[in-house]
Ligand binder design. Structure first.
Ligand SMILES: *[C@@H]1O[C@H](CO)[C@@H](O)[C@H](O)[C@H]1NC(C)=O
Ligand SMILES: *[C@@H]1O[C@H](CO)[C@@H](O)[C@H](O)[C@H]1NC(C)=O
Ligand SMILES: *[C@@H]1O[C@H](CO)[C@@H](O)[C@H](O)[C@H]1NC(C)=O
Ligand SMILES: *[C@@H]1O[C@H](CO)[C@@H](O)[C@H](O)[C@H]1NC(C)=O
Ligand SMILES: *[C@@H]1O[C@H](CO)[C@@H](O)[C@H](O)[C@H]1NC(C)=O
Ligand SMILES: *[C@@H]1O[C@H](CO)[C@@H](O)[C@H](O)[C@H]1NC(C)=O
Ligand SMILES: *[C@@H]1O[C@H](CO)[C@@H](O)[C@H](O)[C@H]1NC(C)=O
Ligand SMILES: *[C@@H]1O[C@H](CO)[C@@H](O)[C@H](O)[C@H]1NC(C)=O
Length: 823
């Protein structure tokens, strides 16, 4: 068979000169070598006519005619392959490349071709590349391909080829890529294919191939991608990987995919010799036995999928050595024993599934060290003990499932809040993740408490005490009337503070400004509440309603508020203001004794001031894009306030700027001065001054305006760039004076936040421009300060990328309600 490639059809001259790279070349062979290199160059450049105006050889012409005859060409695409053939090698025939009158490439992918490939293709003896992928060509793969000794690349994937792969394809010794994937091929993988010792990529996936995997494939030194997945291969996987001998490094295999076949037997130990392997997927077969320790020596491995087999035995500790592993999927096997404590050696792991195995013992606490973990599935095993608190450290976690185990204790709060109850269900002794499975109360009975339970219990007592304290405070705040009528009740065990407000007529009045919020006055008054902060206008509570939703409730200082009629009129105006960077007023409540509550969206991330200055030492640094997004957001909110609502804020500070889930800013406390009598407002201005946000001219004119708001905005930008609160004194100077005292050269060493100096997302120039902008905003002369619109424009010029992404996000937000309505 091997002789076919030197068939008499071929003028052998061309081939002979290819062999002796090692031997001495004769002068005319140098010329041929030169021509050969030139032809390779022409393949890349795509056109050769000026040089290769040579007439196509008669043999090649007939070969092409036969190929044309076999292919169905609905679109008339091959019309250019016309009769005379004079132009075949001049670039006029679509998809044909020649060298010296011989066809070297046929490239017609994605052309809607049908029909079949004529066996006469074997006459194109110089053919190197056959690329007809992504068509609808059927029939058999022509056996005459075996005649093409120069063939290097065969790309016939995504077609309708059927029948067996012709064994004599193994005669094409120079073959580098054979991709016949996603066809309807049957029969076995020919053993002869291992004759092509230069094979680099073999993709036979997504066919109906049967039989076993040829052992010869395990010793091909340059094979890098071997893809046989989604076939019906059977038998065991050969155990001769990496060839014989010790020279591991000469085997290049990076990807080995055998998933979705019917392979049986054990996982071969010799796979451990493939030192370059990055992806090993043997999932959905019938493999048994245990995972060999040797897999732990695949130091380049990034993905290991053995799911859906019958693998048993222990989880080899050596696997914990795989520090580059990103994905580990062992689900649906019979793996026993415990999760090894050394699992955190998988430093780079993002996906981990042990689901549906027989693993027992505890979830190791060290799992909390795998910071990149995003998907953790331990469901349907026999794990015992508690969910370790360290899981709370896994901030990237987006999927967590420990359902159907034998876990006990309480679910860490963060997890219970973040994940669906079905992630915890089926653990009889696990509690605290859903209302129907509350954690046991303070009646441990005679049972001995272990250390963990003791800690939980003590924490519980402290929590209950705090709750009672809050309850007492709240009855005082909300419930003077209720108290006098004896209707206040505190249900300590359920942790809820209830203040009843039964007399509807003589009771308070709740006005919902936004149709989305569905609660009654009773709901609001029965909500659990905790104090979040105090401001000049009153106290702010975080209130949790019966349905679990949270709102922020501001209780205004009664004496400072305007009379009810004016008050309501102003609120109606405020309720109409809608902007994504302004905290929306959702409802208000006026109690019978003059209590006034305002209901806002609850912002889980708190204030910008806390975000910037009250971080724990271990907290992540705040990246430049986040800071810029905040600055732009505030500018947008303020712009809307000034131009569309005609409202001056008068007290814009980083404490009054709240952050939502996405860390987008929402300005709060705007418009409140209109609810208050004027006494209250001078108070506010004084407070603002104390924190360094007050424009100097306010000392004299006592009336805030757009320019004093710009000053405050400038201080916030300064705060974002320096990371320092405006109230802080540095070397006896206020932040603003201190920055002004510094020359521009000194900025980079002293002024800018150190975090930003390390941030690769921002350049020195951008920092300087932003700081200059902030300084213009806080110019002591109001007329020198820019308008809010100009500030926004300049911020957007400094970081156009962020501005654009905000715009895109807004578009999707706008589109969202429509699609929900459609459902
Ligand atoms: C062959 O086809 C080419 C391209 O369609 C055309 O330009 C040329 O005139 C044709 N030659 C003959 C002899 O039909
Ligand atoms: C192998 O073929 C499949 C199916 O056509 C394709 O999805 C995959 O990307 C190919 N992989 C390689 C490495 O060629
Ligand atoms: C090609 O492979 C087949 C089957 O493995 C073998 O019988 C044949 O001798 C090989 N041909 C050459 C030329 O090595
Ligand atoms: C791999 O793990 C085994 C068992 O845990 C250990 O003995 C060995 O030293 C580790 N090898 C490397 C290279 O870390
Ligand atoms: C971990 O993964 C990241 C990207 O996902 C990669 O850049 C890094 O090199 C990996 N580290 C190791 C030790 O493989
Ligand atoms: C789980 O483990 C316990 C004891 O460790 C054992 O009694 C029980 O049979 C196991 N259950 C399963 C389903 O393996
Ligand atoms: C849960 O664990 C306990 C103690 O380890 C054991 O007695 C019990 O059989 C286990 N339950 C199940 C359903 O496996
Ligand atoms: C968790 O796994 C169980 C199977 O044990 C499944 O029923 C449940 O839907 C999973 N939960 C989530 C949130 O995927």
């Amino acid at each position: 068979m091997g002789g076919f490639c030197q068939s008499s059809l071929v003028s052998t001259r061309y081939h002979k000169k290819r062999e002796p790279f090692m031997k001495k070349l004769f002068p005319c062979q140098y010329l041929l070598l030169f021509l050969h290199i030139l032809s390779l160059f022409c393949i890349q450049r795509g056109s050769c006519h000026s040089w290769d105006g040579v007439l196509i050889t008669q043999v090649d012409y007939q070969g092409l005619q036969a190929v044309k005859h076999g292919l169905e060409d609905g679109g008339g695409l091959l019309r250019s392959w016309n009769d005379t053939g004079l132009d075949a090698c001049s670039g006029a025939w679509i998809g044909i490349k020649c060298a010296r009158g011989k066809v070297i490439a046929i490239q017609l992918p994605w052309k809607g071709l049908g029909g079949y490939i004529s066996d006469k293709i074997g006459g194109l003896t110089a053919l190197r590349r056959l690329s007809l992928h992504d068509n609808a060509i059927g029939g058999q793969i022509p056996a005459s391909l075996g005649l093409l000794r120069d063939l290097r690349g065969v790309y016939l994937f995504n077609n309708r080829f059927s029948g067996a792969i012709p064994p004599n394809i193994g005669n094409c010794f120079l073959l580098q890529t054979l991709d016949l994937s996603n066809n309807l091929l049957t029969g076995s993988v020919p053993f002869s294919i291992a004759n092509s010792t230069r094979l680099y990529r073999l993709n036979l996936s997504y066919n109906n191939l049967t039989g076993s995997i040829p052992e010869g494939l395990t010793g091909l030194p340059s094979l890098t991608f071997l893809l046989l997945q989604h076939n019906d291969l059977s038998g065991s996987i050969p155990d001769t990987w990496g060839g014989i001998g010790d020279n591991k490094s000469s085997y290049q295999l990076q990807t080995l995919n055998f998933d979705h076949n019917s392979l049986s037997g054990t996982i071969p130990i010799s796979l451990g010799r493939l030192g370059m392997l990055q992806e090993l997927d043997l999932s959905d077969n019938q493999l048994n036995g245990s995972i060999p320790e040797e897999i732990g020596s695949l130091s380049s491995l990034q993905a290991l999928d053995l799911s859906g087999n019958s693998i048993n035995g222990r989880f080899p500790t050596s696997l914990c050595n795989l520090s580059s592993l990103v994905q580990l999927n062992l689900e649906g096997n019979y793996i026993e024993d415990q999760i090894p404590e050394a699992i955190d050696g998988l430093k780079n792991l993002s996906f981990l599934s042990f689901s549906r195995n027989l693993i027992d013992g505890p979830i190791p606490t060290v799992i909390g060290n795998i910071h990149s973990l995003a998907h953790l599935d331990l469901s349907e095993n026999n794990l015992t003990g508690a969910i370790p608190d360290t899981v709370e450290n896994l901030t990237s976690l987006t999927y967590f499932n420990v359902s159907n185990n034998n876990l006990s204790g309480s679910v860490p709060l963060i997890l219970a809040e973040k994940f669906d109850p079905s992630s915890f269900a089926g653990n009889l002794q696990l509690c605290g993740y859903v209302a129907s499975a509350p954690c046991p109360s303070l009646h441990p009975g005679t049972r001995k408490l272990n250390k963990k339970e003791l800690i939980v219990t003590v924490a519980g007592i402290v929590f209950l005490f705090l709750l009672l304290l809050c309850t007492a405070l709240l009855s005082w705040l909300f419930g003077r009337r209720a108290k006098s009528s004896g209707k206040s009740s505190a249900d300590a065990s359920s942790g809820k503070k209830t203040v009843e407000d039964k007399k509807e007529g003589g009771g308070g009045k709740l006005v919902i400004l936004d149709g989305h919020l569905l609660f009654t006055a009773d709901d609001l008054l029965c909500a659990t509440a905790e104090i979040m902060g105090k401001s000049s206008f009153g106290t702010v509570y975080k209130a949790t309603l019966e349905d679990g939703s949270q709102v922020a409730v501001k209780r205004l200082k009664e004496k400072l508020a305007k009379n009810p009629k004016e008050f309501e009129a102003e609120l109606t105006v405020l309720g109409k203001i809608q902007h994504q960077n302004l905290l929306a007023l959702r409802a208000y409540y006026m109690g019978p004794k003059g209590e006034k509550l305002l209901v806002f969206d609850f912002m889980p991330k708190g204030s910008l001031a806390a975000f910037l200055h009250a971080r724990g030492p271990a907290a992540n640094s705040i990246a430049w894009p986040t800071r810029m997004n905040i600055a732009m957001g505030i500018a947008r909110g303020l712009h809307h306030l000034h131009t569309n609502a005609g409202i001056i804020h008068g007290n814009l500070t980083s404490s009054n700027t709240l952050l939502d889930e996405q860390t987008d800013p929402k300005i709060s406390e705007y418009g409140l001065s209109s609810l208050m009598v004027s006494d209250a407002n001078s108070d506010v201005i004084a407070t603002a001054g104390a924190h360094g946000y007050r424009a100097p001219e306010l000392a004299k004119i006592k009336k805030a305006d757009a320019k004093t708001d710009v000053y405050s905005l400038g201080m916030i930008i300064l705060e974002l760039v320096t990371g320092k609160p405006p109230g802080e004194t540095i070397n006896g100077m206020e932040l603003r004076q201190w920055v002004a005292s510094m020359s521009e050269e000194e900025w980079s060493n002293e002024v800018f936040d150190l975090e930003l100096m390390k941030d690769s997302a921002v350049t020195q120039e951008k920092l300087v421009e932003t700081l200059k902008l902030a300084l213009r905003c806080i110019n002591s002369s109001p007329v020198e300060r820019p308008e809010v619109e100009q500030i926004l424009q300049q911020l957007e010029e400094i970081e156009p990328g962020i501005a654009a992404s905000v715009a895109a996000a807004e578009e999707t937000k706008d589109a969202a309600p429509e699609s929900t309505d459609a459902n």
